[in-house]
Design a protein. Structure first.
Lengths: 111, 110
């Protein structure tokens, strides 16, 4: 089944403790992207990648890092999480022609 | 002014009614227009994808794009309770960076 897989689905952590949210797609898509979704603000892009080793900032990149060492994986790294990064995160991938396929989401709480 | 405006107000309709949703945008560089459906606690799911002005139909769903007015619409005919979800419009200027509306919550009452 074609899909984008994110892990974990739920995560509670403490301020300052580094964490990684993994994202993997099995569709051989070139484009991958991370979004956060907050009430009243909608979906906002954090980072995106056009191919292996090619990444760029989205609208809200502060406090986040990404890497794209392999085509299928695009992890999101929070080096020092803060409470304002509490949110619902989505990874998505695209072939560039037919819209993005989204993962099921990761609900992150930073206390 | 935000790039994409979507009135987030909830919309309740009786089963069988036509649901009408719309978004406006300000960036004339947008070329690709999408509608996503998002159920509670799930990721957005692509419903419609179009890149030209006019109508595109897929079953009970019709997407309409008017580039001259910078306005897009989604119509759902014969609405069902299973259509109850949040509907998000999204736009792309060709660089695969999507700009989303805030979403419309739709409730179809049996």
């Amino acid at each position: 089944e074609a899909q984008v897989t994110q892990n974990p689905r739920y995560l509670i952590t403490v301020t300052g403790k580094k964490l990684t949210v993994t994202c993997s797609q099995n569709m051989n898509h070139e484009y991958m992207s991370w979004y956060r979704q907050d009430p009243g603000l909608g979906l906002r892009q954090i980072y995106y990648s056009m191919n292996v080793e090619v990444t760029d900032k989205g609208d809200v990149p502060e406090g986040y890092k990404v890497s794209r060492k392999e085509k299928r994986n695009f992890p999101l790294i929070l080096e020092s999480p803060s409470p304002n990064q509490t949110s619902l995160y989505f990874c998505a991938s695209s072939d560039g022609w037919s819209g993005y396929t989204f993962g099921s989401g990761t609900r992150l709480t930073v206390v | 002014q935000k790039e994409v405006e979507q009135d987030p107000g909830p919309l309740s309709v009786p089963e069988g009614a036509i649901v009408s949703l719309n978004c406006t945008y300000s960036n004339s560089a947008f070329q690709y227009f999408m509608w996503y459906r998002q159920y509670s606690r799930k990721g957005p799911e692509l419903l419609m994808y179009t890149y030209s002005s006019g109508n595109k139909e897929d079953g009970r769903f019709t997407a309409q794009v008017d580039k001259s007015s910078k306005y897009i619409s989604l119509f759902i005919r014969d609405s069902q309770p299973s259509d109850s979800a949040t509907y998000l419009c999204a736009m792309d200027n060709g660089n695969n960076r999507l700009a989303f509306g805030k979403g419309n919550q739709v409730v179809v009452i049996p």
